[in-house]
Design a protein around this ligand. Structure first.
Ligand code: PLP
Length: 298
């Protein structure tokens, strides 16, 4: 099995019963043709980016952290005042999507939950499973640009309408930041708050190793609570006896650290080789163990 061979077709599961039994008495979810249009042009996710999502990694057919991902989906939905999703149905639909896909080493499973067709008041939900991008180069190390996010770490408290910590479908700004990083000769971004503290990547959580401790940005600073960092913290504490904590850190704390990674569910642990011009040490052996833990194979 490889992620670089010709891609098996993606799988689409539509979930009309994501908020309970469908009104027409139909099935709670069903497979659909992923190669033909299925989304209404008036779905509010198409016209306003109004919805929330999760991306779950499945390795050798086994999804990782499904419970935490779906719990976060429900939290994000509550933050944007969408009806509570029926998580049992969504979990079954995730399993169905993986089962329907050809067996591959790494699958990216997106769970999308939107405001739905304008005027209907019924969320749209679907699961899309496709072979993951080949993240191998990123997993051996990547250059990262530090970019100002233009918000302070206090904004989570002062401006909740900015939806701090919600995984919304308005990712255009995050993608624009990655393009800016590429113009600067890097491949990813570490967002920095206006008060100087480092936050997270556009699609990832920061992990820093300093003096034998493992640190990440506090969720209260307005970052997404990452499922990967939680899994690694649990493993580092239980199996390695390492101290772990949330802590506000500056760019200098990161560049002067013993190593840093950006963590996410399909790319896994990507070590930072450079933050802007500053080189960081990379522990390839520890990084390889992180990949196993994050794949659920440790
Ligand atoms: N922060 C942001 C903004 C993200 O979009 C993501 C994932 O896509 C993460 C952090 C990492 O979350 P997880 O570890 O659950 O994949």
């Amino acid at each position: 099995m490889t992620t670089t061979s010709p891609s098996p077709a993606p799988v689409l599961v539509l979930v009309p019963g994501a908020t309970g039994a469908p009104a027409d008495g139909g099935a709670r979810f069903h497979l659909a043709d992923a190669t033909v249009p299925q989304l209404s042009v008036t779905d509010l996710v198409a016209t306003r980016g109004d919805g929330v999502f999760e991306t779950i990694g499945a390795f050798d057919g086994v999804p990782v952290n499904v419970g935490p991902h779906l719990a976060r989906l429900a939290r994000s939905a509550a933050q944007v005042e969408l009806p509570e999703p029926d998580l049992a149905t969504v979990a079954e639909a995730v399993d169905a999507a993986i089962a329907a896909h050809d067996p591959v080493a790494e699958l990216s499973v997106r769970v999308m939950y939107t405001r739905g067709i304008e005027g209907d008041g019924v969320p749209t939900c679907w699961i899309h499973a496709r072979i993951s991008d080949d993240w191998t180069p990123y997993r051996s190390g990547m250059k990262v640009a530090a970019l100002d996010r233009g918000l302070s770490t206090a904004s989570a408290g002062t401006s909740p309408w900015l939806l701090p910590g919600a995984k919304t479908l308005s990712y255009a700004v995050n993608m624009a930041a990655v393009r800016e990083a590429k113009r600067r000769g890097a491949v990813d971004v570490l967002f920095v708050a206006s008060d100087g503290y480092v936050l997270e990547g556009p699609t990832s959580t920061l992990l820093v190793r300093r003096d034998g401790k493992f640190l990440t940005t506090p969720v209260s600073a307005g970052v997404l609570p990452g499922t990967c960092v939680k899994k690694l913290f649990d493993w580092l504490g239980e199996h390695e006896g390492a101290a772990v904590s949330e802590q506000l850190m500056t760019v200098e704390d990161v560049t002067g650290s013993d190593g840093a990674w950006l963590l996410s569910s399909t790319r896994l642990a990507a070590p930072i080789t450079h933050l802007d011009e500053a080189a960081l040490p990379v522990d390839h052996e520890l990084t390889a163990r992180f990949q196993q833990v994050l794949k659920g194979q440790a």
